[in-house]
Design a protein around this ligand. Sequence first.
Ligand code: SF4
Length: 455
Amino acid sequence: MPIAGSEIVKMLPGKRPCKDCGFPTCFAFAMKLASGGTTVDKCPYLSDETKDKLLDLLAPPIKLVTVGSGESAVKIGNEEVIYRHEKTFVHSPGITLLVSDKEDKAKIEEKIKKLKELQFPWVGVNLKADLLALHYESGDKSKFLDLVKKVYDSTDLGIVLISEDVDTLFAARDICADRHPLIYPITKENIDAAIPKIKENLTPVGLRGGSVEELVPLTTKLKYAGIEELVLDPGSKNLVEAIRDQTFIRKAALKQGFKPLGYPTVAFPCFMAKDEALKEMLVGSTFINKWASIIVFSDFNKYSLLPLLVQRLNIYTDPRFPMAVEEKYYEVGEPDESSPVLVTSNWALTYFLVSSAVEATKVPAYICVKDAEGLGVLTAWAAGKFGGDSVGTFIKKCGIEDKVKHRKLVIPGKVARIKGELEDALDLKWEIIIGPRETTGIGAFLPEFTKQLKE
Ligand code: SF4
């Protein structure tokens, strides 16, 4: 539970508003600290004990854990709310594909390829699965280690290592430790033997309990040993138990501030709905809504994966902000100095529709996307964010004037009324062309306009 500024201020020196922290009073510093706007170390007069206490109180109720490294790293946890409509969910769950060392060579190759290649461009973002879970089942240790080495050498993917045999688990961890793999499962049976080995090379640890209650002494023991990147599996055997357990863990961490359960969770639709592909996807889909941070599937194809990825995108998109793309000019195809220039707003859907329509004409073009706080063109104009003045300022500074030798700018037909103001803002150096009102009109408009442009 986040601590209030009024509570923090009681722990500060108080008597000496020296302003050394950059704030006029201790109270102002406390308020900023509570909202995450500054850090504890800015006040040099806190005792070590107070500092540690504050750091503990200010820590996010669900610990941030990173599985994988570099660009393939998957960050999970750090959530602040139980329901998405209260504010937003922060780190979307890692969709994970299970590979068993019992599967034949061709199947393993196919799965690795699938994880690398199944990607879907979607309204300005690239949707894809995230992690490979490598499962030791064969009983042949060297076969499993070969599989780990193969994945480590041939991909940069984040890895989850699953082995009931602790020695094999740590031998596999040592092969890919710099990839920051999640090692699973650590249980009440193996935890004492595992702690020294975990500490040799710290990576995230997946804890499996027979129940939620059983996880508490395990997380406490690991925290005491200085091991804090933990992921919880309450051992739920079916969907009903899983929803109950996930709900319990989430509420205990966020509503009660119960630190021993303040960690992200892992769920295994692959084991809960074995050999029932559709059921497995439906169970996985429930976990996207109900708080699992790593969701492991036995297999998927493009038809079953895409709906999950779109669902995840929708649930983990911040509802307070429209989806937007970066303000700049974009190239469609390979435009040159005589290619057409269009301008639009930066709502992701607007950009996606315009760029798709331009792409379909096969006419290389520049699309200048102006920041309108993620609003569509007409709404942005009505809100004063897509007026002639501001569009003109953007066109001047975005660099498009260096890319084309002509000075003809196509604006959306819906905002034809900004033409005069835009011409003035561009010092009458550009001719403003009124484009189609809808993107569906681009197909007929753009080839003809380009022909005129080139003539
Ligand atoms: Fe108060 Fe510390 Fe800031 Fe000084 S540096 S004003 S003691 S919070």
